[in-house]
Design a protein around this ligand. Structure first.
Ligand code: ROI
Length: 166
């Protein structure tokens, strides 16, 4: 048995039926090698952050128990993004599906293309709201827990779209 780890993954989509993109990605995450989907947040609609001339986003967060290393998990997430037709055009451009590792146990990692915890998660209500819904006590290394981080950001750009369904 590989050692198991607790990871949180952010999902975001704003092109080509974003709700369907997120729901399909949820199913694909549940089928990942050596991985169990332990939890999945409600879906949230959010105003685009970073580059405003694009459609609103749908965001959610998944909780995974995984035997994959961070690098292997990232590779699988990139595969799923590719299957969803993700194109990387310019920074902060709209996307069919974005999957980001937020947390992996209490790991801090800065490698090429792999930064854990996600370096901007603590300032993003569209990440913290769904994360705090399913894991308010999840620790952002060096920044306290998800519920505390959420209290420090404006959340008026994010609204509940579809409540949690299991
Ligand atoms: N804005 C919102 N609201 N949701 C996202 O998932 C998202 N993802 C991004 C950028 C372009 C920074 N903005 C976003 O990568």
């Amino acid at each position: 048995m590989p050692e198991l780890h607790l990871a949180y993954v952010a999902l975001g989509a704003n092109l080509d039926d974003p709700v369907r993109q997120i729901e399909t990605a949820r199913t694909e995450l549940a089928k990942l090698d050596a991985t169990r989907l332990l939890g999945f947040s409600s879906l949230y609609a959010s105003k685009p952050h970073g580059y405003s001339d694009q459609p609103d986003y749908v965001n959610a967060v998944a909780e995974l128990e995984t035997g994959l290393t961070p690098r292997a998990l990232l590779d699988h997430l990139l595969d799923i993004e590719r299957r969803h037709g993700r194109e990387r055009t310019f920074r902060n451009s709209p996307r069919t599906l974005d999957l980001d590792i937020l947390l992996y146990d209490d790991l801090r990692l800065d490698e090429c293309g792999l930064h854990i915890p996600h370096p901007r998660m603590h300032e993003r209500a569209f990440v913290l709201l769904p994360l705090a819904e399913i894991a308010p006590d999840a620790v952002l290394p060096g920044r306290g827990n998800a519920a505390g981080a959420l209290a420090g950001v404006a959340r008026d750009s994010v609204r509940l779209l579809a409540p949690h369904s299991s």
